[in-house]
Design a protein. Structure first.
Length: 115
């Protein structure tokens, strides 16, 4: 599975951004897609995931502010980020988990929240 992410950029605190990730390749085997992030000097952490069955999981730090969704083909996933905070600054990575036991990563897109 190959992943192409887009949508990062510079935004002021309280602003919004929408990230997009498109999957290609062996898309039939994908059972979960999601977003992770890695802030400066931090380890990569989960932001949000959505399974092929529609189950959604969010990190506590983004609940109520971020929304993960996907299109009808289940090959494109979005992350709507509202009420952004400086601590949301990070490189955001798209991830896809596929059978049997593969994990694919996109190239990362930088989100900077600063005034």
């Amino acid at each position: 599975v190959q992943l192409q992410a887009s949508g990062g950029g510079l935004v002021q605190p309280g602003g919004s951004l929408r990230l997009s990730c498109a999957a290609s390749g062996s898309i039939f085997s994908i059972y979960e897609m999601g977003w992770y992030r890695q802030g400066p000097g931090k380890q990569r952490e989960l932001v949000a995931t959505i399974t092929s069955g529609g189950s959604i999981n969010y990190a506590d730090s983004v609940k109520g502010r971020f929304t993960i969704s996907r299109d009808g083909t289940k090959t494109r996933v979005y992350l709507q980020m509202n009420s952004l905070k400086p601590e949301d600054t990070a490189v955001y990575y798209c991830n896809a988990r596929s059978s049997p036991g593969f994990s694919s990563w996109g190239q990362g897109t930088l989100v900077t929240v600063s005034s």
